[in-house]
Design a protein around this ligand. Structure first.
Ligand code: UDP
Ligand code: MG
Length: 315
């Protein structure tokens, strides 16, 4: 018998938690009916500071199935990344899956995922999922495509577009992820950073079972900036490059001005161009300071060694 831990972050998901449990149970029945090896699900719901009755639903499920349903409830909303971290640290299964509670990560895929990891001929340690046609707002789709182009140019860690967070991992892989202690966690990047052989399954995107997505465009933008700062130092190099370039240009300009003054006499007009140059240079300086500040801010958060989450209730 093998245990599959299912880490399920939930933020205001009162209508979906039970539905998720029921659907996944039928998947496990199918899994166990079609395999000689038996798989035991170990649900680990993470209540990420929900304002609705999500926690009550979890308590109820745990009371009804004390052996297979567990939950961790945060003291406030810490974000999905912290929920992942809490789940991974507390999942004891032979395999560990992370999945959304809204059924956008179809539990049926677990059947294929388990087969891939169990196949002795191909030694995969992790199966990820790529969503093929999620009906997305075209602006969001364009922004997302641009983000992946940029991050893959800027970082040695390669990230694939449309990969969901949904994945099934071997114990070895989870233990590797647990070695990464950082406070600033961009899990897509951490997942590819640890390496190992990854198999990607493609599936057609499905709309949310109920409730609403909690991601606003601004949050997605911040998430992207996070990824770039966490996995690349290219912005710092860009600032250095722009600084170096303006320095060289200013030396050339200086020669030009001196030679012109010596041989052709000075000129008094041109204050407008002077003001533009001053404004341009202070803009570049402030921009570079901003980039620097972003990294320093990350270092600041990292050196405080605060926990990634606070658990209010665990069962
Ligand atoms: N989630 C969370 N904390 C948050 C935001 C979201 O735990 O601060 C959970 C949410 O309940 C869901 C999963 O993360 O199970 C993905 O969120 P959502 O479905 O809103 O995102 P999308 O599928 O649109 O990317
Ligand atoms: Mg979702």
């Amino acid at each position: 018998m093998k245990t599959i831990s299912l880490i399920v972050p939930c933020f205001n998901e009162e209508p979906t938690v039970e539905l998720f449990y029921d659907t996944t149970e039928t998947v496990f029945e199918k899994l166990n009916a079609s395999h000689t090896e038996q798989y035991h699900p170990d649900y680990l719901f993470i209540n990420d500071g929900s304002a609705d009755k999500t926690l009550d639903v979890m308590r109820k499920l745990n009371a009804a199935h004390p052996d297979e349903v567990h939950y961790i409830s945060f003291s406030r909303n810490f974000g999905k990344e912290s929920a992942f971290a809490a789940g991974l640290a507390n999942a004891h299964g032979d395999y560990v899956a992370v999945m959304d509670v809204d059924l956008q990560d179809p539990p049926e895929l677990l059947l294929q995922m388990v087969d891939i990891l169990e196949d002795p001929d191909q030694d995969y340690d992790v199966v990820g999922c790529v969503q093929t046609s999620r009906k997305q707002n075209p602006i969001r789709a364009f922004l997302s495509a641009s983000f992946y182009k940029i991050i893959n140019k800027m970082s040695k860690v390669q990230m694939k577009q449309n990969v969901r967070d949904y994945r099934l991992m071997s114990r070895k892989y989870v233990d590797a992820i647990l070695q990464l202690p950082e406070y600033n966690r961009f899990s897509k990047g951490l997942f590819s950073w640890v390496g190992f052989k990854t198999k990607y399954l493609e599936y057609e995107g499905v709309p949310r079972a109920a409730g609403e997505t909690s991601w606003s465009l601004i949050q997605l933008f911040e998430y992207s900036m996070e990824a770039i700062v966490d996995f690349s130092d290219v912005p710092l190099k860009m600032a250095t490059f722009v600084g170096g370039l303006t320095f060289v240009l200013s030396i050339i300009g200086l020669f030009f001005v001196v030679i012109r003054a010596l041989f052709f006499g000075g000129s008094v007009n041109g204050w407008a161009s002077m003001v533009s140059i001053i404004l341009f240079l202070s803009g570049v300086q402030l921009f570079s300071l901003g980039i620097l500040g972003t990294y320093v801010g990350k270092i600041y958060l990292e050196t405080k060694h605060r926990p990634k989450f606070v658990i209010a209730e665990k069962r």
